[in-house]
Design a protein around this ligand. Structure first.
Ligand SMILES: NC(=O)c1ccc[n+]([C@@H]2O[C@H](COP(=O)([O-])OP(=O)(O)OC[C@H]3O[C@@H](n4cnc5c(N)ncnc54)[C@H](O)[C@@H]3O)[C@@H](O)[C@H]2O)c1
Length: 282
């Protein structure tokens, strides 16, 4: 899989494009307008220092070579015309995903394998919009793909096992640790583990069982984990847990959301990205 097309050049799409190009793939970046695409060079300049900071083998020459392997277009038929693999990272809305895949199905050659990066939709929610169910599956990246380098490969019931393996191999070729998820699971492996941990930590804190520093300390000391759950919230950033909890049926989760808003979000304590959240990172 050498010719790769990525649909959507937002937070994750741009990272997948750059990571694949950095790993030697020829990448086509597709988005809905040229006004969006002209901003991509700024995005590469933003990513380059992060690669130099985090990856020991990164050099300015390698990063420039990555950029030279990226071609941008807002013409979908052109974008997919020679793709071995299309990775879709368009907004997390079922209607947009299905519409996108129906159009790609009509335009892509028979060889092309289709992968969605959706975090919360299952491939089986989308597959009926696709003309080749055997070549459709999920390939899910984590934010900051160059260092949080898991590639969760998840099949739906029609996925050809050979295609599954090809995509897992592709993930490894672009520097990911391939996580083979053999049947559909909302949240894949990572969030199936992480969400219950974070929910349990929230519950202990909101009900006053322990303060958040103690909860984190317990988890770190007893398991050897580098981060406790509230440190993980700081990495994720407060808006995500706020949005996930604010309309919950569970009063404990709603209280958590209210506390996050009042004591953290409204105080500018959004997490590691701004230098302060539950903890100070100055
Ligand atoms: N942000 C994360 O941390 C993260 C992590 C893993 C997976 N994901 C998944 O990646 C996907 C994209 O998320 P994101 O955070 O990059 O979103 P985003 O909003 O940053 O980017 C979406 C991009 O899609 C483009 N777009 C809009 N409509 C389109 C269309 N019809 N066709 C093609 N492109 C279109 C937008 O212009 C934008 O560039 C989602 O499915 C999300 O679940 C996100």
């Amino acid at each position: 899989m050498q010719q790769v097309t990525v649909l959507g050049t937002g937070v994750l799409g741009s990272q997948i494009i750059f990571q694949a190009a950095y790993s030697g793939k020829d990448v086509v970046a597709y988005d809905i307008s040229d006004e969006i695409l002209v901003k991509l060079p700024e995005r590469w300049e933003y990513l380059k220092p992060l690669y130099l900071r985090d990856l020991p083998d990164a050099t300015p020459e390698k990063l420039d070579a990555a950029v030279s392997r990226i071609r941008a277009t807002s013409d979908l038929a052109d974008a997919v015309s020679d793709a071995d693999l299309v990775i879709e990272a368009v907004p997390e809305r079922l209607d947009i995903k299905r519409d996108t895949w129906a159009k790609v199905s009509a335009a892509a050659p028979g060889k092309t394998v289709f992968a969605t990066n959706s975090s919360t939709l299952l491939p089986s929610d989308i597959v009926s919009a696709v003309d080749r169910p055997a070549k459709f599956l999920a390939l899910h990246f984590a934010n900051e793909v160059w260092r949080n380098n898991t590639g969760e490969v998840m099949a739906q019931e029609h996925t050809d096992p050979d295609v599954f393996e090809q995509v897992a191999t592709f993930a490894e070729e672009i520097g990911m640790v391939a996580i083979r998820v053999k049947k559909e699971q909302p949240g894949y492996v990572l969030n199936s583990l992480l969400v219950p941990l974070l929910d349990a930590a929230t519950d202990l804190w909101v009900r006053g069982v322990a303060d958040f520093e103690t909860i984190d300390l317990t988890w770190r000391k007893a398991t050897g984990a580098p981060l406790g759950p509230f440190q993980i919230y700081d990495v994720v950033g407060m808006p995500t847990p706020y949005n996930l909890n604010k309309d919950s049926d569970d009063p404990v989760k709603r209280e958590f959301a209210e506390t996050l808003k009042r004591d953290y979000i409204d105080q500018g304590r959004l997490g590691v990205a701004v230098g302060k959240g539950f903890y100070d990172y100055a």
